[in-house]
Design a protein around this ligand. Structure first.
Ligand code: NDP
Length: 416
């Protein structure tokens, strides 16, 4: 039986991971859960899964969590109470919990960085959903993997597709599981994208985009931040950088293809011009389960794919005028060093402000561009963890400042 820690258990990735655990009770058990603030769901998860340790990002909520659990007694006898931890240290301790075999990283944003690093330092295998961690700190995370021997299994559906396509090829033995070493024989990666909430909208119509519009995804059910990232296509841009770090392939050989049906989850072209693709209904449980069962495959009763039900699969190039975040991500990735950390932090902050209706949807790429431009003069090609964290908080503060001063004015004035 595999012991699983779920970071961000109350989120979309976390709850789907726990559904899988419940579907395969003889294969998986939960030893650690972490959440941000959602006590109601967390208490329910504790009752169902009886983890050894639970950690809350907001440690001020621990007394309330303890009281809620006590009120469930005798349903949960005191002797079966999990250890309760909180704050950054608590998240790190839960992430590196001794009994865990696999840590599923479902925390949203760069808040997942330190717990992910704690898990890697403890030598745990990871099911990586929290892509922001790798994007912000690829130059820090990849060397740590080599030191600890942790394996990074991609839970993002596109990277899982690539990973699955690369199974069984002799050269993947050398490069798989994310050491950032180029994968020999891999000529090109094609990441598929649904096109997000605004796929059918014209560039002009985006002027009218609201928070409700941007948070309604046509194909996938996900947390709010990644749903907005899908609407701007920044999610795909972040995935380009993620693919670069995971599979060691240069940016000229990673392409984005809009595929509205979300049936092909990504493709690889090999050196002999063969193209391999992985197909399935859009359901995150599939890539999460693959991380959990890897290198095995489990029998599931999940909906099977009949291509005749789908009819047609279509493909388009992304419209870079409509989706400026794509180019921003490629150029941050190519710049390397701390630039992806700035891109990521500026995007997180911009999406947060958009969800609070403090900026418009079309302002998101503008503030990211301003932050990346300003960072050029301070770009650090070989950052350590401290330097990544400094840059991350600088970019958030910078976005706050330019929003306060007025984005359009800043944008037209330039960067000096
Ligand atoms: P959600 O917003 O649904 O969930 C986020 C989780 O993180 C919640 O458990 C939340 O806790 C917790 N959390 C929030 N802030 C903090 C913090 N500061 N410290 C610790 N924990 C925190 O996000 P998703 O599940 O959609 O996404 C999670 C990650 O997975 C993201 O990086 C996303 O890009 C990636 N991903 C998601 C996919 C999906 O289908 N959802 C697909 C592919 C990748 P609480 O709610 O209790 O406050």
């Amino acid at each position: 039986m595999k012991a699983i820690s779920v970071l961000g258990s109350t989120g979309s990735i976390g709850t789907q991971t726990l559904q899988i655990v419940e579907e395969f009770p003889s294969q998986f058990k939960v030893v650690a859960l972490t959440a941000g603030r959602n006590l109601t769901l967390l208490v329910d998860q504790i009752q169902r899964h009886k983890p050894e340790v639970v950690s809350l990002a907001d440690e001020s909520l621990i007394p309330e969590l303890r009281e809620r659990l006590k009120s469930l007694s005798p349903e949960i006898p005191l002797s079966e109470f999990p250890e309760l931890l909180g704050g950054k240290d608590g998240l790190n301790q839960a992430a590196s919990w001794d009994k865990a075999d696999l840590v599923v990283t479902g925390i949203v944003g760069c808040a997942g960085l330190l717990p992910t690093l704690a898990a890697i330092k403890a030598g745990k295998d990871l099911a990586l959903a929290n892509k922001e961690t790798l994007i912000a700190a690829g130059p820090v995370v990849l060397p740590q993997l080599k030191i600890s021997g942790s394996r990074l299994l991609p839970a993002d559906s596109e990277h899982s597709a690539i990973f699955q396509c690369l199974q069984g090829t002799p050269w993947i033995e050398n490069a798989r599981l994310s050491t950032g070493v180029p994968t020999p024989g891999l000529r090109r990666i094609q990441l598929t994208a649904s096109g997000g909430a605004f796929r059918e909208w014209s560039v002009e119509d985006l002027e009218k985009a609201t928070v409700d519009d941007a948070t309604s995804h046509p194909n996938w059910s996900m947390g709010r931040k990644i749903t907005v990232d899908s609407a701007t296509l920044m999610n795909k841009g972040l995935e380009v950088i993620e693919a670069h770090y995971l599979f060691g392939i240069d940016y000229d050989h990673i392409e984005i293809v809009i595929h509205p049906q979300s049936i092909i989850h990504s493709m690889v072209e090999l050196s002999d011009s063969s193209v391999l693709a992985q197909l399935g209904w859009p359901d995150m449980k599939l890539p999460i389960l693959y991380c959990m069962s890897w290198p095995n495959r489990f029998e599931t009763p999940w909906k099977r794919l009949n291509l005749t039900d789908v009819g047609a699969l279509t493909f388009l190039s992304p419209d870079t005028k409509k989706y400026p975040c794509v180019e921003l991500a490629y150029s941050a990735g190519r710049a390397g060093g701390t630039m992806p950390a700035v891109l990521n932090a500026a995007n997180e902050k911009a999406v947060e402000l958009f969800l609070q209706e403090k900026i418009h949807f079309l302002d998101i790429p503008k503030v990211i561009e301003l932050a990346c431009e300003r960072h050029k003069r301070d770009l650090n090609y070989h950052p350590n963890l401290e330097e990544v964290l400094v840059v991350d908080s600088w970019a958030r503060k910078f976005v706050d400042e330019i929003v306060e001063k007025g984005i359009s004015q800043q944008f037209h004035q330039g960067f000096n």
